[in-house]
Design a binder for this molecule. Structure first.
Ligand code: CP3
Length: 354
């Protein structure tokens, strides 16, 4: 089978392949014992920048679960580390920056770094190793953080609940905000281009924290920068956010997104009605149900499949990342169920979907 015939790439092109493609955000990571074993003694960002390690971790869930895509093992802050920004990922917490970017002078300092000049050789090498191993049948998805989600960490200096400082900067100093977000878009673009050039077949832009914004602020201060991060890229684009129901149609980035990722809050048939019939939907198993008894989870997965059939095409995923405590056997079982369920076969799903 040629890679272009892979179910994930067909679904991104708007076709309905014979089976619904499935992969999981955060499939490469702590839910896998083989991941935890490999990571012992290596800091997260060092693991990301060690090509054979990053490649092996990327491949682990593909081998174990039989998912329809690999997602490159890295992190949204890796290109910032490559830009010389002092950042670490603290276990159980997330990205932490030594020097938060809060003032106009801070923005001047960081944006003086040339975003196209990063040394992405470790990234390209890791992607090449993965793509060689996948053997031309399973696509690899590259990814980057969207400017807002990156800024939410960078301005705060670490994880926060409501991203107040980043949201305040947009309004108190829009000039600095736009310079910072524009620079972050170029940093993420460099990261995407490196992965795509080395063989990633599709890319996903993660705007995990966009849901803290109003639609008006999203459109005025975020959307142009997210659009710039993927504009003209020669690969299908998936755009994902959490809590973006109130402005889901804007997540299409004026047609630049081939697929929009939907979290667990909005049923996919409703999402498809908002998004229209010229974009693919991705989602949206509720991660909380991964610990539910199998019959409950099974009915939920079949309901997601049925609702997803309202869109032009559907890529099955979770509504957000795999929680670390997830039993990996449950993920494998979901893949088996999705692959065994014929696309658009109401007879299979009608009984359980209610
Ligand atoms: O499997 C995959 O999805 C590929 C790899 C991947 C990671 N991070 C690995 C990782 C991807 C695509 C990301 C993206 C990412 N990183 C996002 C967007 C997606 C999302 O989940 O919303 C965000 C917000 C980050 C920032 C970040 N990095 C957080 C919040 C954390 C968790 C901190 C913790 O320990 O709870 C990280 C660390 C991280 N990134 C881990 C992994 C596997 C855990 C590191 C570890 O093993 O200790």
């Amino acid at each position: 089978m040629a890679l272009t015939e892979a179910p994930l790439l067909r679904a991104l092109a708007g076709d309905r392949p014979d089976r619904t493609p499935v992969w999981f955000m955060r499939q490469a990571g702590r839910s896998l014992p083989e991941y935890r074993e490999l990571r012992v003694g290596t800091r997260m960002l060092d693991a990301c920048l060690t090509p054979d390690l990053a490649a092996e971790i990327t491949l682990q869930p593909v081998r174990r679960h039989g998912v329809d895509a690999g997602i490159f093992f890295s992190d949204i802050v890796v290109p910032l580390r490559l830009a010389g920004v002092e950042v670490e990922i603290e276990p159980g917490r997330g990205p932490v920056f030594a020097d938060p970017v809060r003032t106009a002078a801070d923005v001047d300092r960081i944006t003086a770094i040339d975003p196209e000049g990063l040394d992405t050789s470790a990234i390209r090498e890791a992607v090449r190793l993965v793509v060689a191993e996948l053997g031309g049948t399973t696509p690899l998805i590259g990814f980057a953080g969207a400017p807002f989600t990156l800024a939410a960490y960078l301005v705060e200096g670490g994880p926060s609940k409501e991203h107040l400082r980043a949201r305040a900067m947009m309004h108190t100093d829009p000039g600095s905000w736009n310079r910072l977000a524009g620079w972050l878009a170029r940093v993420s673009r460099t990261f995407l281009d490196a992965q795509h050039a080395a063989g990633a077949s599709a890319v996903q832009l993660f705007d995990s924290w966009a849901g803290s914004l109003s639609q008006a602020d999203y459109c005025a201060f975020i959307k142009p920068h997210s659009a710039a991060a993927v504009d003209g890229i020669d690969a299908p684009v998936i755009h994902f956010g959490v809590g973006t129901g109130p402005f889901l149609a804007d997540m299409r980035l004026d047609g630049r997104a081939d697929a929009v990722g939907v979290d667990w809050r909005m049923p996919l048939d409703e999402a498809a009605a908002v998004l229209g019939d010229d974009v693919t939907v991705q989602g949206n198993i509720d991660p909380a149900l991964l610990t539910a008894p199998w019959p409950v989870l099974e009915a939920h997965v079949l309901d997601v499949l049925r609702r997803g059939s309202a869109a032009r095409a559907h890529i099955l995923n979770l509504g957000h990342g795999v929680p670390p405590e997830t039993d990996p056997a449950v993920l494998t079982r979901i893949v088996e169920l999705v692959h065994a369920t014929p696309v658009e076969d109401p007879a299979v799903t009608a009984g359980v979907a209610g």
